[in-house]
Design a protein around this ligand. Structure first.
Ligand code: COA
Length: 165
C-alpha cells in the first residue's frame, strides 16, 4: 500500500528548513502532498502561485529522483484535505520548545476532527532550528543576506516583490 503524507504550511516563502523536512519525510512516506495553506492568522506577501512556483523550483534542485511529490492548495480544513488525498499522516517540523504549544493544540484539534490521521513531528536539524519565514522576509527587506536560508530563486522573487511594494 502506498503511504501518503501531507506536509502543510503557509510557505511564505519556503525555507531550507522546510526543504529539510520534505527530504526527511520521504524516508517515511512513499508520496508527499505539500499543502499550501492560508493560515487565517497570517497575511502572506506571496500569492499561492508564487509560493507554489518557489516550491516546485526548490524541490527540483533536491534531485529526489522517482519520489512522488504533489503540491496543492489547502482551502478548507486540513483534515479534510488529508482525507481527500488519502493521507495517513500530517507531517510537521518542530523547531524549538516555543513551537510545541501551538503544534500541540493543532494536533489535538485535528485528532478530534479525524482520529484516523496521525500527526508526525520531525525535529528541525540544528542549522535550521532558528529559521522562520517571517524572519527571512524581515532580514531581506532590511537588506540582509538570506542566502543561507532560502534558494537563489526565492531571493529573486522576494527582490521583485520588494521593488513593486
Ligand atoms: N524549518 C524552518 N522553519 C520552519 C520549519 C522548519 N522545519 N517548520 C516551520 N517553520 C517555520 C515557518 O517558516 C513559519 O514561520 P513564520 O511563522 O515566520 O511564517 C512557521 O514555522 C510555521 O509556518 P508553516 O510551517 O508555514 O506553517 P503554519 O504554522 O503557517 O501552518 C497550517 C499552519 C497551515 C498547518 C494551519 O493553519 C492549517 O492547518 N490550516 C488549514 C485550516 C485548518 O484546518 N485549521 C484548523 C487547524 S487545527
Amino acid at each position: 500500500m502506498t503511504k501518503i503524507g501531507v506536509y502543510p504550511g503557509t510557505f511564505d516563502p519556503m525555507t531550507n528548513g522546510h526543504l529539510n523536512i520534505i527530504q526527511r519525510s520521504l524516508k517515511i512516506v512513499d508520496k508527499l502532498i505539500i499543502g499550501v495553506a492560508d493560515n487565517l492568522n497570517k497575511k502572506p506577501i506571496l500569492t499561492f502561485e508564487e509560493r507554489k512556483d518557489i516550491i516546485v523550483k526548490d524541490i527540483d534542485l533536491l534531485n529526489l529522483g522517482i519520489k512522488e511529490i504533489e503540491i496543492h492548495s489547502v482551502t478548507g480544513l486540513l483534515t479534510e484535505f488529508a482525507k481527500k488525498h488519502k493521507a495517513i499522516c500530517i507531517i510537521r517540523g518542530l523547531r524549538a520548545v516555543s513551537d510545541f504549544e501551538y503544534e500541540f493544540k493543532m494536533t489535538g484539534m485535528n485528532y478530534q476532527l479525524n482520529p484516523e490521521i496521525e500527526t508526525v513531528f520531525l525535529m528541525s536539524s540544528d542549522n535550521n532550528s532558528f529559521i522562520s519565514s517571517s524572519l527571512v522576509k524581515e532580514v531581506h527587506k532590511l537588506g540582509g543576506d538570506v542566502s543561507k536560508f532560502v534558494s537563489q530563486n526565492t531571493i529573486k522573487v522576494l527582490n521583485k516583490k520588494n521593488s513593486s511594494s
